[in-house]
Design a binder for this molecule. Structure first.
Ligand SMILES: Nc1nc2c(c(=O)[nH]1)N[C@H]1C(S)=C(S)[C@@H](COP(=O)(O)OP(=O)(O)OC[C@H]3O[C@@H](n4cnc5c(=O)[nH]c(N)nc54)[C@H](O)[C@@H]3O)O[C@H]1N2
Ligand SMILES: Nc1nc2c(c(=O)[nH]1)N[C@H]1C(S)=C(S)[C@@H](COP(=O)(O)OP(=O)(O)OC[C@H]3O[C@@H](n4cnc5c(=O)[nH]c(N)nc54)[C@H](O)[C@@H]3O)O[C@H]1N2
Ligand code: SF4
Ligand SMILES: [Mo]
Length: 702
């Protein structure tokens, strides 16, 4: 008999509600849940991949250990004890910091990882902690930490009520939105337009999102800071700036932006001065407006400056904290409470002195910290839900470095490009076997809603949830730790189930909910549109916003120097990345259903750039940067800004030893074999994955 169960798709930040039909223990159908108050029935083609993940024969269900004769299964308790012993032995010989930890993206999509993983990481007591944050949203977190006093107090564009949406470096029609949970982003954009509002996109590629916008402008990669500074300057010059009473530092903003006229920004960005001036006036004059900048303006040389400027633009036009502007979600579990406010530069990386942020060092420093001998060298790695060989700059170098470690353990369901180097892999249950409450993305959602989901399918007896793995590992690590209050707290934290923790969070949360109440609601509880919350909700001690943090203002001279430098007759190209609706970072190419159809791995290049290099559409080319080179087919595209080429990240499969029967057949090169770990935004160490200088030539024959 078929039963229909409600759950959430947790593959991306849109957290769509889905209805899963199960017959005889197997999934037979997955569709959107109309009753979900946030996603309103929306899903994308990836939702069906939940079933593919469930049934993927390559997915591990038991711990495995690498031996001379191949991978061998081992029992869970044995695995925990072995891993704890190995990690502790490395630390005993080489010191605390000899363990490196890398935390990948799917951690934030799993309640069990959110509730239990941090305790285990803390028990390792190492400063060599890395995560996908520094190849992603770090600049957002830094900007809001400086302005609003908490690294996760991120406002989102109030898309459902705004009349003017200015988007930079975001392609939500492919990504489904990020740092902004707005399922059905396309539909929501259409609704803005139907209300008579305007959508403006700034991107070096005419993206899927640009195609539905009212207006799109090419921007030279890495130069958005100039565009944003000019908008601020123009709005101030027009007398349209009206910061709220709780905002300080406005005069400093006036003075540091004064020289950034639209004419100056035009020279830098490639967007003409009249357009910049008009956008400034339309933004300031709109009934309500929101500026939203995403990955393209984060993972670039001026990521921090850009994300600060995005906030400043919203603040000085009175759009922060007002309906239709940029607003703070108020989720049913206050995630901010459980996480620190953030800090920057309290310590530096050993080799290159890059700053920590929130206790993590930039992923760009990982390979060198493994390779460079001396006190504090990484000798063992722990990766949790990450594939840094494909996702961090110069992945090829990291690939080689990982092989030199004394020990490596990965919490991951696959033997892939990264985990093939592990000594032990601990695979967690797949999404349909897990309970879920979204601790991360209700915090970033454009509407306040709450939803608890029971597991759709039972967990096989030999499988373990991620939180059970962290409990097992954590308790094994604690076994040799002397008794103390800290040890007792860690042990208690590990023993509580995610359900208990979420229930507690809901009960003390602003709406006094509980798991029981949520389970009774069909599709989730609607808590209404976002509400104004400032200045009370600020986490700054003064309950005021300082618009002019020194860390950011001190970067303005660098911006002037770099952006205004004469590029001469440089015939080089700038590389940027892209995403496709049917793939997800580096790890979902093992679903045959998703990867079928037209190839999507090619380098996109403007036809004029091809012609001037005597290259032809479809030809195999070599792309080279300071970090290395890769060969890939090129595709001519009028959607590319001249001088800019685009390569998607997450490809480059087929490495020896990776057990990915479908993905290994997928063509394409890893963009991160040519991204350069020395290209970082120095303020926070975020990798500049976009705007990498490259040369493109015909690939050598043979
Ligand atoms: N050049 C370039 N590089 C980029 C980007 C780019 O745009 N361009 N984007 C960056 C961004 S935004 C991000 S977020 C990073 C992502 O970087 P990572 O997080 O390092 O990589 P993912 O590709 O998301 O790989 C996720 C890993 O988690 C495993 N996994 C999947 N589900 C689970 C689970 O439920 N539990 C556990 N324990 N493991 C799981 C997968 O098998 C895979 O190994 O890449 C970054 N790198
Ligand atoms: N289908 C799918 N969905 C995903 C993912 C996925 O891999 N596939 N990954 C998820 C993750 S981890 C994340 S972080 C989000 C990312 O979500 P988005 O940020 O919306 O995703 P991207 O497609 O990387 O969009 C970045 C855009 O920035 C542009 N860009 C590059 N350089 C510059 C620049 O210098 N200036 C400007 N203005 N634009 C620039 C690129 O052309 C691109 O269109 O997507 C999430 N959703
Ligand atoms: S947009 Fe697609 S991948 Fe993202 S949560 Fe919804 S169904 Fe899943
Ligand atoms: Mo990301």
């Amino acid at each position: 008999m078929a039963t229909v169960r409600r759950t959430a798709c947790n593959l991306c930040e849109a957290i769509c509600g889905v209805l899963v039909t199960v017959e005889g223990g197997r999934v037979t159908d997955i569709r959107g849940d109309e009753a979900d108050p946030l996603s309103r029935g929306h899903i994308c083609p990836k939702a069906v991949a939940l079933r593919d993940l469930q049934e993927d024969p390559d997915r591990l269900t038991q711990p495995v250990r690498r031996t001379a004769t191949g991978w061998q299964e081992l029992g869970w308790e044995e695995a925990y004890a072995y891993v704890a012993e190995k990690l502790q032995a490395v630390q005993k010989t080489h010191g605390r910091n000899s363990i490196g930890v890398y935390l990948g993206n799917p951690n934030v999509h799993s309640v069990g990882a959110m509730t239990h993983m941090p305790t285990v990481v803390r028990l390792l007591k190492t400063r060599n902690r890395f995560s996908a944050t520094s190849v992603d949203q770090l600049p957002h977190m830094l900007a809001v930490h400086l302005l609003y006093g908490h690294q996760l107090m991120v406002p989102v564009a109030d898309i459902d009520r705004t009349s003017y949406l200015l988007m930079l470096g975001a392609n939500p029609l492919a990504s489904n939105g990020s740092m902004m949970t707005a399922p059905g982003f396309g539909r929501r954009l259409k609704e803005v337009q139907k209300r008579g509002g305007r959508v403006v996109v700034i991107d070096p590629r005419r993206t899927e999102t640009a195609a539905v916008a009212d207006e799109h402008h090419f921007v030279r990669p890495g130069t958005d800071a100039a565009f944003l500074l000019a908008l601020i300057q123009q709005i101030i010059a027009d007398g349209h700036a009206k910061p709220a009473a709780y905002v300080d530092g406005f005069d400093q903003v006036v003075s540091v932006t004064r020289s950034w006229t639209p004419e100056r920004a035009a020279r830098v960005t490639g967007i003409d001065a009249e357009t910049i001036r008009r956008i400034a006036r339309e933004f300031a004059g709109a009934e309500t407006a929101a500026c939203y900048g995403r990955l393209g303006v984060s993972t670039q040389q001026f990521g921090a400056l850009c994300q600060w400027a995005v906030q400043v633009l919203n603040i000085i036009t009175g759009n922060l904290d007002r309906p239709g502007g940029s607003m703070f979600p108020r989720p049913a579990v206050d995630t901010l409470r459980g996480i620190g406010r953030g800090h920057i530069g309290v310590w530096k990386s050993r080799v290159r002195s890059l700053p920590e942020f929130g206790g993590e060092l930039p992923a760009s420093a990982m390979a060198e910290e493994i390779e460079t001998p001396g006190e504090g060298q990484i000798r063992a790695m722990v990766t949790i839900a990450g594939n840094p060989v494909l996702s961090t700059p110069n992945g090829r170098r990291l690939d080689e470095a990982l092989e030199t470690l004394d020990f490596m353990v990965c919490v991951d369901p696959y033997i892939n490009e990264t985990t093939r180097h592990a000594d032990v892999i601990l695979p967690p249950t797949p999404p349909l076997e897990r309970e879920h409450y979204d601790l991360a993305f209700h915090q970033l959602a454009v509407r306040n809603t709450a939803r608890w989901n029971d597991a759709v399918l039972p967990r096989p007896s030999e499988a373990r949830h991620d939180w059970e793995i962290f409990r097992g590992l954590g308790l094994a690590l604690l076994r040799s730790t002397p008794r103390s209050r800290r040890r007792a707290i860690a042990s208690l934290r590990l023993r509580l189930s995610p359900r208990r923790i979420v229930d507690l969070g809901l009960r003390i949360g602003p709406y006094r909910l509980s798991v029981r109440k949520l389970r009774k609601s069909v599709g989730g509880v609607d808590l209404g549109p976002l509400q104004p919350a400032l200045p009370d909700a600020l986490h700054t001690k003064s309950k005021r916003i300082d618009l002019a943090p020194a860390l950011i203002l001190d970067d303005l001279p660098r911006a002037a120097e770099v952006l205004l430098a004469d590029r001469g007759a440089d015939d080089g190209l700038l590389l940027i990345g892209r995403r496709h609706l049917r793939s997800n970072n580096s790890w979902m190419h093992n679903s045959a259903r998703l990867v079928k159809g037209k190839p999507r791995h090619q380098l996109l290049m403007n036809p004029d750039d091809l012609k001037s290099r005597e290259l032809a559409d479809g030809q195999l080319v070599e792309i080279s940067s300071a970090a290395g080179s890769v060969s890939v087919e090129v595709a001519a595209s009028n959607d590319m800004m001249p001088g800019v080429v685009s390569l998607p990240h997450g490809f480059g499969h087929g490495r020896p030893g990776a057990h990915l029967s479908v993905a290994n057949q997928v063509a394409g090169a890893s963009a991160n074999d040519i991204t350069d770990p020395t290209l970082t935004d120095p303020i926070a160490g975020t990798a500049a994955l976009n705007g990498v200088p490259v040369k493109v030539t015909a690939a050598p024959r043979g």
